[in-house]
Design a protein around this ligand. Structure first.
Ligand code: CP
Length: 316
């Protein structure tokens, strides 16, 4: 595996889930493969789960970790080819990515979208520029358009909790006071399209995700109807995609609450975290036995460790 920046790069999902399961059962079994290898983690944006779980995954494989908050601690980077660098950007990505590659065997990067320039965000310039100029493998820790490690943790969790061969999984939009990116829902949709599940997306009219991502996935604008017989409810906010980056609705009738969960087949509640209580989901649901957000977050380690293992083994 050269780079891992998209769910699209997963060639054999079952094999990847099996690897993650084996790692979870015996996390230190491959402590030798990362010996004397360094993972460089570069953060342009905040993180709790991704940073800590990936660092733990690297440690489980015997790797060293170097972490840098590049946006506050590094030189301001220029990404444009042919730029005349007479402004406040001190270093070009061409040198930065190659230099970091001298110190690290794998580079992992988090970089959120602007949510102001759709075209630019869709280029996922930071992640893709590192992938282009780095001389070592690059992993996305959430880019402008995808959060693939989260999606692997999500499918591992669904597999662990599913009680039927083909569960019904519902991705529901839910209200949030701030404009949020599309990376998590995009990667989750792509993952559900790969998985053996009945998948439904529900959101208010006008909150369609990128149709190139949702493709033929079923969309139901009636949240209550979508919840019927669901085995998993995955809640997530995203800002408007068509009216790019705008918040057009904060309708709290979309908050996941016990009444809505009662419509389901005793569904498990999932969210990538961090989650806004009593916006996205009510306390009563998040604090109930139906919530599996903590085991879902725990699986972030095994998702990251599975991808690092494949990269270190030079597997596709
Ligand atoms: N789910 C997730 O990526 O969490 P962090 O933003 O805290 O890393």
């Amino acid at each position: 595996m050269k780079h891992f920046t998209s769910v699209n790069q997963i060639e054999d999902l079952d094999a990847l889930i099996l690897l993650a399961k084996q790692i979870k059962a015996n996390p230190y079994a491959n402590k030798a493969i990362g010996e004397n290898k360094t993972l460089g983690m570069l953060f342009f944006n905040p993180s709790l789960r991704t940073r800590l779980s990936t660092q733990k995954a690297a440690a489980n494989l015997g790797m060293h970790c170097i972490t840098m908050n590049l946006n506050t601690e590094g030189w301001s980077l220029e990404f444009e080819d042919g730029a005349i660098m007479d402004g406040n950007k001190a270093e070009h990505i061409k040198e930065a990515a190659q230099v970091i590659s001298q110190y690290c065997d794998v580079i992992a990067i988090r970089s959120f979208p602007s949510l102001t320039d759709k075209e630019k965000d869709e280029e996922d310039q930071v992640i893709n520029s590192f992938a282009k100029y780095a001389t070592v493998p690059v992993i996305s820790l959430e880019g402008a358009t995808e959060h693939p490690l989260q999606a692997i943790a999500d499918i591992i969790t669904i597999r662990e909790y599913q009680t039927k061969k083909r569960p019904k999984v519902v991705l529901t939009w839910a209200p949030h006071p701030k404009a949020l990116p599309h990376a998590v829902p995009n990667s989750f949709v792509k993952m559900m399209q790969l998985a053996d599940v009945d998948f439904v997306i529900t959101h208010p009219q006008g909150y369609e995700l990128n149709p190139e991502v949702t493709k033929n996935s079923l969309i139901n604008h009636d949240q209550n109807d979508a919840f019927k017989d669901a085995d998993f409810i995955y809640a997530k906010n995203w800002s408007n995609y068509n009216d790019y980056g705008q918040i057009l609705s904060r309708d709290l009738s979309w908050t996941v609450n016990p009444e809505k969960m009662a419509l389901t087949n005793k569904a498990k509640f999932m969210h990538c975290l961090p989650v806004r209580r009593n916006q996205i989901v009510s306390d009563a649901v998040l604090d109930s036995d139906s919530s599996i957000v903590i085991p879902q977050a725990n699986n972030r380690t095994y998702a990251a460790q599975a991808i690092l293992t494949k990269i270190l083994r030079n597997e596709d």
